[in-house]
Design a protein around this ligand. Structure first.
Ligand code: GUN
Ligand code: ZN
Length: 434
């Protein structure tokens, strides 16, 4: 790939903002530029600095007056649930049994899985998401289709074949041994190929026997550098059933702890109804509570206690949880996260929200040296955001004076329409602009 320069208004976070006025937490350059070469950001600076460094005649793509950010990161999403979104149910377990466990059975079929892998990555890119951590279905065909399409597009994607051996239809269950063998197959085929990373993925305690969680533990000991992803404490009835299935556990978190599944690379989707003891255990393990705001509101699951989790030093991330979630957009997700904190009388500044969806999620995944940043040396996964793309946004934009106000406008009124371009490993990759 030949080198090029992207010109625009650069925003990249350096650390979690201590508050809304913490300008030291980010780098913002009104007339900035990125030098892109070999899929990486070779240099970041002002436009004139970068032009001084660059070869004569280099291509310059001018994205002014739009913002240039690192691509969004979605650390909890379900690949086989594109056709589950917007399914009408009273709460989690009804939603899973009535729609989700029916739909996911279709991903045993190679052609179906391949078709949806293309649709899935188109949708992520359309919304400016360049990395995700995804649950596939129980079938290896789904993981193969997921990674095949991700590698073709040179995307940095985390994915896992779901392990589930009870409390679901027969066509959607494996066994402890098969889940172990199949996960190992997926790891050997895909982990480290291109930019693909495999996650050990026991769906949640309800759909795994103790014997299967032992297998997940064996995998995590054999492959200690892999992420582990699962669900934790999303819904009251789910917690009650979990405690019936694991009566020896102190609480829901302890189920996973007993099988050695809590570590610094463990992503715990939802993590809503946690006791102080559970938060302390998660903080001590360095695991991540992944907030899924649109899903939590849609399924009526509960309100994420960000303030208490922060006070307990639990690492946090923010995600869409499609298809329990209702939008692929991290902008829509940040808007709902803000509203949930409003209901809890906790302020969440847009500066912090945009850190969260970029560098914050990269830190949660342990990938902050490569993604979630515009720093020189990082992978060139980049988005271009237009904060005046709709007539209503353009009118509101006229009165915007600060960066914070512009970000707040983007998260409050914005969606996929704001994403003008998306670069994957330096290549322009918006599915509608090709
Ligand atoms: N818990 C177990 N599986 C799922 C799922 O697919 N979606 C959500 N939101 N929660 C779950
Ligand atoms: Zn989920």
């Amino acid at each position: 790939m030949t080198a090029k320069i992207l010109r625009g208004r650069l925003l990249s976070f350096l650390a979690r903002p201590a508050g809304r006025d913490d300008t030291s937490s980010y780098f913002f350059e009104e007339d900035g530029a990125l030098l892109i070469a070999e899929g990486r950001i070779a240099a970041t600076g002002t436009f004139s600095e970068i032009m001084d460094e660059a070869d004569e005649g280099i291509e310059v793509i001018d994205h002014r007056p739009h913002l240039i950010l690192p691509g969004f990161i979605d650390p909890h999403i379900h690949f086989p649930q594109m056709q589950v979104t917007a399914s009408y149910a009273a709460s989690l377990l009804e939603w899973l049994n009535t729609y989700t466990f029916v739909e996911e059975q279709r991903f045993a079929d190679r052609e179906h899985a391949a078709r949806f892998a293309d649709l899935f990555f188109d949708e992520l890119l359309r919304h400016g998401t360049t990395t995700a951590s995804a649950f596939c279905s129980v079938h290896t065909t789904s993981a193969d289709a997921f990674f095949e399409a991700a590698c073709q597009r040179k995307l940095m994607m985390i994915g896992g074949k779901v392990m589930m051996d009870r409390n679901a239809p027969g066509k959607l269950t494996d066994t402890p041994e098969k889940s172990y063998e199949d996960t190992k197959k997926v790891i050997s085929r895909w982990h480290g190929r291109g930019r693909a990373l495999v996650a050990i993925t026991p769906r949640f305690a309800i759909t795994s026997t103790p014997e299967q969680l032992e297998m997940a533990q064996a995998l995590s000991e054999e492959f200690p550098d892999l992420h582990i992803q699962t669900h934790l404490s999303e819904n009251d009835a789910e917690i009650e059933l979990t405690m019936k299935l694991y009566p020896e556990a102190k609480d829901y978190t302890d189920v996973y702890a007993r099988y050695g599944l809590l570590g610094r690379k463990t992503l715990l989707g939802h993590a809503i109804h946690l006791s102080d003891r559970e938060m302390d255990a998660i903080a001590e393990a360095g695991s991540i509570a992944v907030h899924c705001p649109t899903s939590n509101l849609f399924l009526g699951s509960g309100l994420f206690d960000l303030e208490r989790l922060d006070a307990k030093n639990v690492r946090v991330a923010v995600a869409t949880d499609i298809g329990g979630g209702t939008s692929y957009s991290m902008l829509r997700t940040l808007d709902e996260a803000y509203k949930i904190q409003q209901l809890k009388k906790n302020r969440l500044s847009p500066i912090e929200s945009f850190w969260w969806a970029t560098r914050g999620n990269a830190e949660a995944l342990g990938l902050e040296k490569r993604i979630g940043t515009l720093a020189a040396g990082s992978d060139a996964d980049i988005i271009v955001l237009d904060s005046a793309v709709t007539p209503a946004m353009a009118i509101r934009r006229e009165t915007v004076e600060t960066l914070e106000e512009e970000l707040f406008l983007l998260q409050t009124m914005g969606d996929d329409r704001c994403v003008r371009e998306v670069y994957v490993a330096g290549r322009a990759s918006h599915p509608d602009r090709r």
